[in-house]
Design a protein around this ligand. Structure first.
Ligand code: V47
Ligand code: SF4
Length: 399
């Protein structure tokens, strides 16, 4: 796609705001933008301007390549002792009698249900409860690995780790080393929310702090592990809080290089304590993807999590800096359907995911969790290849 011309036309636009002009020049030259410039982008950047810059970076790094994987989720429980105001799992919202609390055997039944299916990753995350402790997770990871050694275990977040290590009276260092020895392969990006205490204390009080979240990822990276990072946006935070969050991630990434993917998570407002807050618009969602792509110059990948934003916005996001749309999921996550996402039973076959990416002119690549290429589907013909209707141009960025 002709994005270089698009960013060049921005550079030549004499009527453009001076600050935005400067930032476009930096992005074109591959230079890092400052925190103040990040805030300027949020305050003044139009959708088409941000899209042109983010797509320029995306295509410089990845061309049209767009990654997905074949995965399934296990949520051991949908009850939680914490009371995050945005979460439909919180005990304030959910009566324990409405919930599920799987035993190790029940979790293994789910793992075994995928025997013989070509999934490469299990993503395990859910609420925090006392019975899920260090010995429980050690046994769980060991049992999964003994059953299916090639299945990548992407599990838990610093929220659980902080809680279980404190309870076991062990250090983060010892705890993460034990998790790794038991079979933990990588860490998903959850629990990050907004790091700044002004916001975190109001929406996620009591669970690990922003500093603790970052420290646990740092220790994991020092052990050679890889992980993801998220940001929950579109509730009570300001643009400055979002930029502070991105800055903390960029700093840690400079130090360790252990993050693979950044996943902005749009706040969904059904059945939680912040239901009165209106959800962000699709324009704000796309602007947020684009600014994340521009700001996080040391992150390889920006992911749109389609079960949360829906398939159409996921397609659009591929023109706003996103180069990964997660996985097939197989209707195994409830976090977003319970919080009001359009995707009430999220599952896509490989063919559907491939076509979703192809229909907006990008190249679908199946990856493993660590971004090893499993298969390039660009020219792949499915047995009954009836869905792909050819490239449909996007109106905003390609003008
Ligand atoms: O930490 C909870 C978020 C996260 C709501 O690493 C909500 O590949 C919006 O982190 N509205 C967990 N968001 C999920 C997560 C994740 C998902 C997909 C891929 C990866 C990855 C990580 O979900 C929580 C919280 O920030 N969340 N409730 C809600 N109402
Ligand atoms: Fe518990 Fe996580 Fe929900 Fe907070 S976001 S209430 S820690 S499940």
């Amino acid at each position: 796609m002709e994005t270089a011309r698009t960013i060049q036309s921005i550079l030549q636009d004499k009527s453009l705001d001076q600050d935005l002009q400067m930032i476009a020049g930096k992005v074109f030259a591959g230079q890092r933008i400052s925190e103040a410039e990040g805030i300027t982008l949020f305050e003044k950047g139009s959708l088409s301007y941000l899209g042109a810059l983010a797509n320029f970076i995306r295509e410089k790094r990845h061309g049209d390549r767009t990654y997905f994987n074949r995965n399934f989720h296990i949520e051991p429980t949908n009850v939680c002792l914490y009371t995050c105001t945005f979460c439909s799992y919180s005990r304030l919202i959910k009566q324990r009698s409405d919930g599920w609390e799987y035993s190790l055997e029940e979790i293994m039944d789910i793992v075994r249900a995928y025997d013989g299916k070509p999934v490469t990753e299990v993503h395990i995350v859910g609420g925090v409860l006392p019975q899920y402790d260090v010995p429980f997770y050690e046994e769980l990871f060991q049992t999964i690995k003994a059953h299916r050694p090639d299945l990548h275990v992407k599990a838990l977040t610093p929220v659980e780790f902080h809680y279980i290590f404190k309870k076991a009276k062990i250090s983060y260092e010892e705890g993460m080393a034990r998790m790794q020895a038991a079979g933990l392969d990588s860490m998903p990006g959850g629990g990050a929310e907004i790091f700044h205490p002004e916001i975190r204390d109001q929406i996620a009080g009591g669970k690990c702090t922003g500093e603790q979240w970052l420290r646990i990822h740092e220790i994991w990276h020092e052990l050679g592990g890889r992980s993801n990072a998220t940001m929950l946006y579109g509730h009570i935070e300001s643009f400055a809080h979002r930029v502070d969050h991105l800055e903390q991630l960029r700093k840690l990434q400079d130090k360790t290089g252990g993050f693979q993917t950044f996943i902005p998570l749009k706040f969904r407002n059904k059945d939680n304590q912040m239901s009165h807050i209106e959800e962000s618009t699709v324009i704000e969602d796309l602007r947020n993807y684009a600014i994340s792509r521009i700001y996080l110059d040391n992150f390889d990948h920006i992911k749109a999590y389609w079960p949360m934003i829906g398939r159409s916005t996921a397609q659009l996001s591929l023109a706003f800096g996103v180069n990964d749309i997660d996985g097939t999921i197989d209707d195994t996550t409830k976090i977003y359907s319970m919080a009001g996402s359009e995707e009430q039973t999220p599952a896509l076959s490989t063919e559907e995911l491939v076509n979703l990416i192809r229909r907006v002119g990008r190249q679908p690549i199946e990856r493993d969790t660590l971004y090893g290429v499993i298969q390039d589907y660009t020219d792949h013909q499915f047995a009954a290849d009836t869905q792909f209707k050819g490239y449909v141009s996007l109106p905003v960025v390609n003008k």
